[in-house]
Write a protein that binds this ligand. Structure first.
Ligand code: GRG
Length: 348
């Protein structure tokens, strides 16, 4: 898929913040940026997402013509319309602590590749059995189950290749052996810690465990605590890894990492509560994936367990917690503040 195409696609649907629920976030998605200038979050998200998409298109290319269909399948899902929330969060966290964007770009790509793998696998008939994702037929509907499974496997594995390679490239630029002007590249120790946290968040201590708990819990009503436990792993772990990783690569202190973890924990759960609400309130066309499925399949969801009104209250409380966690940060964290509002106010 051409880069220009994916940028164009983003514009019509955009990432506009609709304010259907009063009392949440800042009006019109505009917040105060550095020096008093308003930060246009819609534009910020769109520009950062386009940046990530260009880097992804460069990172995942056909390297073996004999396996051409595999690369086509990987790019089909990876470059389709997605919000790019996790990689944009990683970049915003890096900038939020004063780091250069280039320091976190490879990491941002890796996060989005892992997220895309999880979507491809989640859509398979043996999991959630979906036919629509990111506004297009799911990967296995186009490429078949075997290639779709392999496309997910390759995206997961290649994510760590992309990240490790970016570490090597950044190392070269720091030592003056490249044309890049980056002088404050992340240390090898920061890179290793980031890689370890990302692996833990994606694997059996994080997202995969969450998926297993979800599948094993089907057909039984969970308590609200069990539901939160499940989502902390299935969705939350990757959000935390994105924010902590981006910040660490940008040179964050331990205290900043702790505050940002609290931010990402609240934001990740808010994102999931809204995802459950949108499954009830939004249309398939709006979301680019089938809605109404949770209820039809008797899945454990926030609206199912506590009702829609309480779910909205919870989402807003979580947004408040996320904003509070950023109290000690300056204007450079404005994008992070706006992203927390976006996670709750989004309608896509
Ligand atoms: C199969 C290992 C494995 C894991 C699957 C995260 C996950 C676990 C499955 C995704 C399915 C799902 C509905 C998860 C809950 C919310 C969520 C993560 C939605 C998709 O993320 P968005 O809305 O999607 O950021 P886009 O397409 O915008 O990137």
């Amino acid at each position: 898929m051409a880069e220009a195409k994916s940028e164009q696609k983003r514009t019509p649907k955009g990432v506009a913040i609709a304010r259907a629920h009063p009392g949440a976030g800042s009006p019109g998605g505009h917040v105060r940026g550095g020096g008093g200038a308003p930060l246009d979050i819609e534009r910020y998200l769109s520009e950062r997402a386009a940046m990530v998409e260009r880097a992804l298109a460069r990172a995942v290319t056909e390297t073996d013509a004999a396996a051409g269909r595999l690369f086509e399948a990987m790019r089909y899902s990876l470059l389709a319309r997605g919000k790019r929330l996790r990689p944009v969060l990683a970049l915003a966290a890096c900038e939020g602590v004063g780091g250069p964007l280039e320091a976190a770009m490879g990491f941002a790509c890796a996060i989005e590749m892992i997220h895309t793998y999880s979507l491809i696998h989640d859509d398979l008939p043996c999991m959630d059995d979906d036919d629509l994702r990111r506004g297009h037929p799911t990967n296995h509907k186009i490429y078949g189950e075997a290639i779709a499974t392999l496309a997910g496997d390759a995206l997961l594995t290649d994510a760590f290749w992309v990240l490790a390679k970016s570490a090597a490239d950044l190392g070269k630029s720091a030592s003056g052996n490249s044309t890049s002007e980056l002088t404050n590249a992340p240390s090898p120790a920061a890179m290793l810690a980031t890689i370890a946290e990302l692996a833990a968040a994606a694997g059996s201590m994080g997202m995969v465990a969450g998926q297993a708990i979800d599948l094993l819990g089907e057909g039984r009503t969970m308590t609200i605590e069990e539901l939160e436990y499940l989502h902390r792993r299935k969705t939350g772990a990757l959000f935390i890894a994105a924010v902590r990783g981006g910040a660490r690569l940008g040179g964050a202190s331990e205290a900043q990492l702790e505050a940002l973890e609290a931010y990402a924990r609240a934001l990740g759960l808010a994102f999931q509560v809204i995802d459950d609400i949108l499954d009830v309130e939004a249309s398939t066309e709006q979301m680019g994936k089938r809605t109404g499925k949770d209820l039809a399949h008797g899945k454990n969801t926030y609206p199912g367990l506590i009702g829609l009104d309480k779910s909205w209250q919870l989402a807003r409380e979580l947004e408040r917690r996320a904003q509070h966690a950023l109290d000690g940060f300056d204007h450079r964290a404005e994008p992070l503040r706006s992203l927390a509002s976006f996670a709750v106010e989004r309608r896509l």
